[in-house]
Design a binder for this molecule. Structure first.
Ligand code: AGP
Length: 615
């Protein structure tokens, strides 16, 4: 949450920072701001409540002076409502230090109190502003910006990262990461250096990046990038080459990122599957968990965890692991994992799913599990992100950068990765035969083409979306493998269309939710061939008998069930284990087109941000 960017080099800083903030805006769009430093002149700042476009408009009237270094911020508000005053960057009492911050200063109240007692005037309601004042106090005692940052970090509680500039060191930007709330990644380029909270902001400039680890400080100038521990020891950064295509992160021909990323799925899935299996001969090739064979052969129990869409991927993962390995498998919401005393016997495998690899609740749960010494595998779409550093093994999905706040392609690629992990576990534990494993792999390989075809024929779905866009409440029902897709469909619907939607096991209806049913409270039933169709069709009848409207997702050719529901759309026929893929495509598209009909801001839904790095 919150996007941070810092630039120092030979280009005019403001346009570079603005461009970068555009790609980081998915992290928060409550306000935005830029601070630039121009030699001996005071630091100049432009900050505006609202979206980046509001800041741009403002800067057309009140432009910032030309400068070669600066920092910028897009905000997802935690402390203090969105306003010009609460927008970052924040300045110190004399205006000589600026800070752009992500995360939470948990002890900001006591720091605020102490600063006030020393006569500092605090202008905003944010937790972040105290950092700027503390930095100036330390710099005024003769410390460099970098040393002041290290000292101030010892006063801050909570998980956070920030970048800072001082008027006394023009051209220098210092960044620091404390804890799991928000990573920082540094971009290397000749005569330029930059620092961002997501690699996506660096891609137009460079493919050479290094991630800052917890409790590391970095100082960048146009010619140097130097990293230190908080104790001041210099450390070597692990520079990697991203080889990522900037075009793939743009909207292209599509009106919204969400639609583009839905349409990316055949390719994303194909890339992911190809990176994890070899065909001809067919075998599993999960390099990132290679060295764990002995440990995995001893596993007796699996726990999966994630948040939001990744939690739903974990639920699908459970179906796969149970089916393919017979191992007892639990799924736990990562934030609740921390609130419980989860028993993790030594033969437990913990599988975390986080497309960003930065979600703070997942990281905290992983750290707890690490203390208990269990084997950990993480599924992530972000190379070298924090989760992959905590886990013993990692399975990377190859979805490409996902910028839409609503996760789409990272969900289907994560479940593909979990399907292959389940097969590998089964192989190691000798549960399925090689022939069975190969057959399952070949089934999965067919999925991208199946989805490609499905995505080419959305006309009926669009008509249905128009009809259902008038309702304000919705129930999504599923059973077995498609229950997680009902939950995911409801989440997508809430998130992008603001329709109140709930996902339920179809069998649960008569235990309470059916009381909600009338002609204004419709149901969307996932009743494909493999979604325990016969049992679900009885639940559909029960709803219809109570004047409830039923829309259904059926397997191609199921005219019998189509005949009894109000409206139906079809999905292609596939195997039982792969039905969640095609069902997902349908619910994602439905949510998108319903939101479109309702005129929602699909790529920037209110109150949300893409990467959740605060608790
Ligand atoms: C879903 O559309 C959301 N973007 C959200 O639920 C997301 O899946 C969740 O925040 C987890 O993110 P992660 O995969 O990066 O950990």
């Amino acid at each position: 949450m919150c996007g941070i960017f810092g630039y120092t080099g030979k280009q005019s800083a403001t346009p570079v920072i603005l461009e970068a903030l555009k790609s980081l805006e998915y992290r928060g769009y409550d306000s935005a701001g830029i601070a630039v430093i121009d030699g001996s002149k005071p630091i100049s700042i432009a900050r505006k409540k609202g979206k980046l476009s509001d800041l741009e408009n403002y800067m057309q009237e009140v432009p910032l002076p030309d400068s070669f270094s600066g920092i910028g911020h897009t905000r997802w508000a935690t402390h203090g409502a969105p306003s010009d005053m609460n927008a970052h960057p924040h300045t110190s009492y004399s205006g000589s230090v600026v800070v752009a911050h992500n995360g939470i200063v948990e002890n900001h109240n006591s720091l605020r109190f102490e600063l006030k007692s020393r006569g500092r005037n605090i202008l905003s309601e944010t937790d972040s502003e105290v950092i700027a004042h503390l930095l100036e106090e330390h710099i005024s005692k003769g410390l460099s910006l970098k040393n002041a940052v290290s000292q101030v970090c010892s006063l801050l509680e909570g998980s956070q990262s920030f970048v800072a500039m001082s008027q006394y060191e023009p051209g220098v930007i210092v960044g620091v990461r404390l804890g799991n709330a928000g990573g920082l990644v540094i971009g290397f380029k000749k005569d330029e250096a930059m620092i961002a909270s997501d690699v996506v902001a660096l891609l137009p400039h460079t493919q050479k990046v290094a991630y800052l680890a917890n409790r590391q400080v970095v100082q960048i100038t146009e010619n140097t990038i130097t990293a230190f521990s908080l104790d001041g020891d210099e450390i070597n950064l692990d520079v990697s080459d991203l080889s990522q295509d900037i075009e793939s992160v743009h909207r292209g021909q599509y009106e919204h990122l969400m639609l583009k990323e839905i349409m990316d799925q055949p390719e994303a899935l194909s890339d992911t599957i190809q990176s994890l299996v070899s065909v001809d001969p067919t075998y599993l090739n999960l390099e990132g968990i290679q060295g764990l064979d002995v440990a995995l052969s001893k596993i007796k129990h699996v726990v999966l965890l994630g948040m939001g869409t990744s939690f739903h991927a974990a639920l699908i993962g459970r179906c796969y692991i149970e089916k393919m390995t017979g191992l007892p498998t639990d799924v736990i919401n990562a934030s609740e994992f921390r609130n419980r005393q989860v028993a993790l016997p030594p033969e437990t495998l913990l599988v975390s799913i986080s497309q960003s690899g930065e979600t703070v609740d997942v990281l905290e749960a992983m750290n707890i599990a690490k203390e208990k010494g269990v084997v950990q595998i993480t599924v992530s779409n972000s190379v070298n992100a924090q989760t992959s550093r905590v886990a013993d093994g990692v399975i990377y999905t190859r979805a490409g950068v996902e910028r839409g706040v609503a996760s789409t392609k990272t969900f289907t690629t994560s479940i593909a990765a979990l399907y292959l992990l389940a097969l590998r576990l089964s192989e190691i534990q000798g549960h399925l035969t090689q022939e069975e494993i190969q057959a399952h792999v070949l089934d999965l390989i067919r999925v991208p083409a199946l989805i490609e075809e499905q995505l080419q024929d959305l006309d009926n779905l669009k008509v249905l979306a128009k009809k259902i866009s008038i309702f304000d409440h919705f129930l999504f029902l599923g059973r077995g493998n498609t229950l997680p897709i009902a939950l995911e469909g409801a989440l997508k619907m809430k998130e992008v269309s603001y329709i109140h939607a709930e996902g339920y096991p179809a069998g649960e209806m008569k235990h309470g939710p059916i009381a909600l049913i009338d002609d204004s409270f419709p149901t969307f039933a996932l009743a494909g061939k493999h979604s325990l169709r016969t049992k679900t069709s009885s639940n559909i009848e029960q709803i219809l008998a109570r004047n409830g409207k039923v829309f259904a997702l059926l397997t191609e050719g199921d005219y019998e069930l189509k005949g009894i529901v109000d409206e139906a759309i079809f999905m292609p026929e596939t195997t039982e284990l792969l039905e969640p893929f095609v069902a997902t495509i349908a619910v994602q598209c439905l949510a998108y087109y319903v939101a479109y009909e309702r005129g929602c801001e699909i790529d920037q839904p209110r109150n949300l941000a893409k990467t959740v790095t605060v608790e």
